[in-house]
Design a protein around this ligand. Structure first.
Ligand SMILES: Cc1cc2nc3c(=O)[nH]c(=O)nc-3n(C[C@H](O)[C@H](O)[C@H](O)COP(=O)(O)OP(=O)(O)OC[C@H]3O[C@@H](n4cnc5c(N)ncnc54)[C@H](O)[C@@H]3O)c2cc1C
Length: 698
């Protein structure tokens, strides 16, 4: 039974179930590591199905299909492939559907993707095969036409409304409603919603659909999307990018915890638990489902599932091939009272069988079965060392939470989950490099891009954008992470500390800075600008770094001589250009470096903290694999930008030629004032060296 609506229909009507969403990791190491993670999650969490995202315009096509293959074929998980239809050829849509079929995938989430730009996506003008795909409904119809009922098709819905493509009108679910009716009438079998933190808005939306006069939504599965909270920064960024509201009480509760990710995570578990419990309480025409956007992270979602009693008990079937045992047995479903309907044999745990699936018993004694007590005081997000070496034991839901650790690297995977900080995290992590998960993008529509960045026709015009950005007048540039409030100017407080230095690079050199941080020589963790981690319980440090685009002539005539004069002990650096040429201050990694452990000598921790009773934590690292992965993305963003202008126009030509010329360079100042007298000239000389040398002052 692989069609997920069949699996849902086979559950008792009062059962609950859940699904997990993953995106294809960006690096090969991330890909290798997600397999173990998925295997663990399949065994210990047992989702009814999993979904795999698709990069807008097909940007992740190969990797999405590879990940879908791992899920469906290797792990035997019922898999739903997301598929967008705009800004890519119809041949790619056909190929994705055919490959899905070959892999045994029977479920497709049919999406539009970015607003159609058939003029621009197709740079050489030879393929207009996708002109018929303007909206998701066109894909639903196409799948039905080409493949009949073979696929179970899902569509997206937006409890708080989909933003209009110009972002000029207010979001309103009522405006989308006729199109949602159209999508279901065209053959959609289930609805999956945009993530929400607003229980009231979600409940109102569901009622709107269920009571719709057409009767279209009377019994169709509607699965609310929920995203675990990993950090305050990710929460605010993701909600801004997704155009969803954070209710004020949630925002208030997060505000005073925001510097301490552990506390945010723990409070976040309670917030999502409350939403799940709220939704569970309301009547539903069939089993209640919940979809979790995991961001490829494991721990927080595990705590939520455990807290909400959503993890089905082990059954005979879960010993077998189909790890999503709930699918094949109606006995497995968790009824709404939270008690297993039928207790089946506790298995001797296949979790024992693979070393990387060892159970970590992290919360013994903390939660009683069915208890929904606050996790705040109790949950720990780091497994004690003794846990990792414990003999595996049957996964008793009443006393354990099943989260496991990576083979031979205790704590490493914990760190991946504890610091899921996008591209500055660990390139080995499956979560590396993504937060919104749908491939490189400008994070704004084409209309907004033209409005905010205008129509540059010279190097100086681009300079002006960066100058305004660093001066706090322009909240976003094409390479910004997105999610910044316009009113904030888009810069974080620490960047303002080095504003004069950055402006010297932009104005004096004509280099465009994308990321940076100042040196910090040990300040308290509750420092108003640089502090993070447990407040008042430690000290934090930073090496200065800056990343920027510069013309190739400057790279060769200015930067290379600097790098020759100052060796790796003073400046560590990486540089890459559009054609993939790569240079650095370190010996090159072997060709297959991406598939093996990173050489620890090549990993440069640029932010770290020392806290009472903890090992040193290093949330921000810079190394070759992640820099190369980001480099590819950064050059694709040039393309994303130029595609908002007509082909052959002066701006499009400028952006194209600039992309081909510039080098992306990242330089880390290795000295941060260690051992110098605070506020002494010696400390200043060390911490400012990077900026002075790059500006040509020294
Ligand atoms: C659960 C979920 C998963 C997602 N996964 C991915 C993913 O893997 N990859 C990715 O790139 N993106 C993904 N997205 C994002 C999605 O691609 C975007 O939100 C996109 O902007 C809209 O997609 P849609 O399928 O809802 O489009 P549509 O249903 O086509 O709607 C898009 C907009 O057009 C309007 N509209 C629809 N039909 C018409 C019409 N006939 N006339 C006029 N207006 C119309 C709608 O009201 C809406 O404002 C996902 C979104 C959700 C909620």
């Amino acid at each position: 039974m692989e069609r997920l609506t069949d699996k849902i229909a086979a559950l008792p009507p009062d059962a609950n179930y859940f699904s997990l969403e993953f995106f294809p990791p960006k690096t090969q190491m991330g890909f290798a590591n997600i397999q173990a993670r998925l295997e663990r999650m399949a065994h210990s969490l047992r989702p009814l199905f999993v979904t795999v995202t698709w990069g807008a315009g097909g940007s992740t096509a190969t990797r999405s299909l590879e990940l879908a293959e791992v899920c469906q074929r290797q792990l035997n998980l019922t898999t739903c492939l997301h598929l967008t239809c705009t800004n890519m050829s119809r041949a790619l849509v056909d190929k994705a559907l055919e490959e899905a079929k070959v892999l045994g995938i029977r479920n497709i989430l049919a999406l539009r993707g970015d607003p159609p730009r058939s003029e621009e996506y197709n740079m050489h003008g030879e393929d207009d095969s996708n002109k018929e795909f303007m909206y998701a409904v066109d894909l639903v119809k196409y799948i039905r036409k080409q493949h009949g009922d073979y696929f179970c098709v899902g569509v997206a819905a937006y409890p708080e409304g989909h933003p209009t493509d110009s972002y000029q009108e207010a979001q309103d679910p009522m405006r989308d409603l006729p199109y949602l009716v159209e999508k279901v009438k065209a053959g959609a079998d289930f609805i999956m919603t945009q993530l929400t933190y607003d229980l009231d808005a979600y409940m109102k939306f569901e009622q709107l659909l269920r009571n719709h006069e057409s009767g279209t939504f009377k019994s169709i599965p509607i699965i609310p999307g929920l995203m675990p909270i990993h950090s305050y920064k990710i929460l605010t960024r993701v909600t801004k990018l997704s155009h969803v509201n954070i209710p004020q009480p949630i925002l208030d509760s997060m505000e005073h915890l925001k510097y301490d990710d552990d506390s945010v995570k723990q409070a976040g578990v309670d917030i999502i638990t409350n939403i799940v419990e709220g939704i569970k309480k309301t009547p539903s025409p069939g089993p209640r489902g919940f979809h979790f956007y995991t961001l490829n992270l494991e721990k927080t979602v595990s705590f939520i599932l455990e807290n909400c009693n959503l993890i089905p008990p082990y059954t005979e079937d879960s010993d077998g091939e189909d790890t999503s045992a709930i699918a094949t047995s109606t006995m497995d479903a968790i009824p709404k009272d939270g008690q297993p309907r039928a207790f089946t044999r506790r298995r001797a745990s296949s979790i024992n069988s693979l070393p990387h699936n060892r159970v970590i018993v992290d919360r013994a004694q903390l939660h009683q079965a069915g208890s929904n007590e606050s996790s705040k005081d109790s949950a720990t997000h780091e497994a004690p060392a003794t846990s990792a070496g414990m003999p595996a034991m049957p996964p008793d839901r009443s006393t354990t939470l099943q989260i496991s650790e990576g083979l031979g690297a205790l704590g490493r995977e914990a760190t991946w989950d504890d610091f899921p900080n996008g591209r500055w995290g660990d390139a080995r992590s499956p979560a590396f490099g993504e937060i919104d998960g749908y491939g490189p993008s400008l994070h704004v529509s084409a209309a907004v891009a033209r409005k905010v960045w205008g129509h540059p026709v010279s190097h100086e015009d681009i300079n002006t954008l960066f100058r305004r950005h660093v001066s706090g007048e322009l909240y976003i540039v094409p390479w910004s992470e997105g999610g910044a409030e316009e009113a904030t100017g888009g810069l974080n407080p620490e960047t303002k500390v080095i504003r004069p230095e950055l402006l010297k690079l932009i104005d004096g050199r004509g280099w465009w800075t994308l990321a940076s941080q100042p040196a910090v020589n040990g300040v308290r963790s509750d420092h108003p600008i640089f502090g993070w981690g447990p407040q008042g319980e430690g000290f934090v440090f930073q090496k200065p770094f800056v990343e920027f685009f510069c013309p190739s002539k400057d790279y060769k005539s200015i930067l290379k001589p600097i790098f020759e004069k100052y060796d790796h002990e003073q400046f560590a650096w990486f540089a890459v250009n559009e054609s993939g040429e790569f240079e650095s201050s370190l010996p090159a990694q072997p060709a297959d470096a991406d598939t093996i452990e990173m050489n620890p000598d090549n990993v440069n921790a640029v932010t770290w903290g020392v806290f009472r009773g903890k090992e040193i934590v290093t949330p921000t690292i810079i190394e070759e694999v992640s820099f190369r992965a980001w480099g590819e993305e950064a050059y694709r963003i040039w393309d994303e930008w130029r595609r908002v202008f007509p082909r052959g126009s002066p701006t499009e030509r400028l952006l194209d030629s600039t992309k081909k010329d510039v080098w992306l360079v990242c330089v880390v100042g290795q000295q941060f004032g260690a051992g110098t007298e605070p506020e002494s000239k010696e400390e200043e000389d060390e911490t400012k060296l990077l900026w002075r040398v790059l500006a040509g002052e020294q």
